[in-house]
Design a protein around this ligand. Structure first.
Ligand code: 8IG
Length: 268
């Protein structure tokens, strides 16, 4: 297979381009910043360099100009090189599963051993008010898709590292944990689908992360998943949701998220 058709070769190419561009031998860890997380990550670490993701092999150009993802390399207080991905490719964009996990594979090919996957999602428990971060303990992948091809029997018993969740609890002992259920989207769930997610054992509903986690485990990365509950899932709240409230709650959560990410970077 050529790099154009072999996702692993394309990731290796992107990793080589990344390390050469920023003059680092390798990276140590990666963070994918989902909805509501980018502001919290601003100012983390000592900047090494920054580029648009589309400048690296295999990352798609944004559909809307100026709305693409960026890649920022920083040195953490612990002396590690961290790659911060702001923005991700979602499954519902229809670019294929390989495109969804290209950032994860690129991080692994560049030497990362750890990845922090964050997202914004709906919550199934009213006590998780908009703006509450929740550690992902496990997931249910309802997309029907997988980034794996062929007889690739990856063990997902501890897809979300117990060790990394313990580190997160050192930073914030009040963090709850939950099971993240990925729907394909892009439409939000019906109330019946949200009830179904709860019956299946889910606590959070979203449109990302599980496919990335599967690819990360295939690549041998240790995964920490953190969801930001930005809204109650459809049918969970007895009162209708106002978009402005959701936005305000997300902004109010920023200091807590920043402290959490900074504390994690000290420890990873
Ligand atoms: I932000 O309620 C955000 N993303 N599937 N459901 C799903 N994805 C989401 C939701 C939600 N909120």
């Amino acid at each position: 297979m050529t790099p154009q058709t072999d996702p692993q070769a394309l990731a290796a190419e992107a990793a080589a381009s990344l390390t050469e561009r920023f003059g680092v031998g390798s990276i140590d860890l990666a963070l994918v910043l989902g909805s509501g997380w980018s502001g919290a990550a601003a100012g983390l670490g000592e900047p090494i360099g920054e580029c648009l993701l589309e400048e690296l092999p295999g990352f798609a150009k944004p559909v809307v100009a100026g709305h693409g993802g960026a890649l920022k390399l920083v040195r953490t207080s612990a002396g590690k090189v961290a790659a911060l991905f702001t923005g991700r490719t979602h499954y519902y964009e229809g670019r294929g599963v390989a495109a969804v996990v290209h950032g994860v594979r690129t991080a692994a090919a560049a030497g990362a051993r750890t990845i922090v996957l964050t997202n914004g999602c709906g919550g199934l428990h009213l006590e998780w008010a908009p703006g509450t971060p929740v550690l992902i303990r496990d997931h249910i992948n309802l997309t029907g898709a997988t980034p794996l091809v062929g007889a690739t029997f990856i063990d997902l018993t501890e897809a979300y590292s117990q060790r990394l969740r313990a580190l997160a609890h050192e930073v914030d002992p009040t963090l709850a944990e939950g099971v993240y259920v990925q729907f394909s989207g892009p439409q939000y769930e019906t109330p019946a689908e949200v009830r179904m997610a709860g019956i299946l054992g889910g606590d959070l509903v979203g449109m990302s992360t599980t496919l990335e986690t599967i690819a990360a485990r295939e690549a041998g990365l240790e995964v920490l998943g953190i969801s930001l509950v930005t809204n109650p899932g459809a049918g969970i709240s007895p009162t209708p949701l106002h978009h402005a409230e959701v936005i305000a709650a997300g902004q109010a959560a920023e200091p807590r998220l920043r402290e959490l990410l900074a504390g994690l970077l000290d420890r990873l």
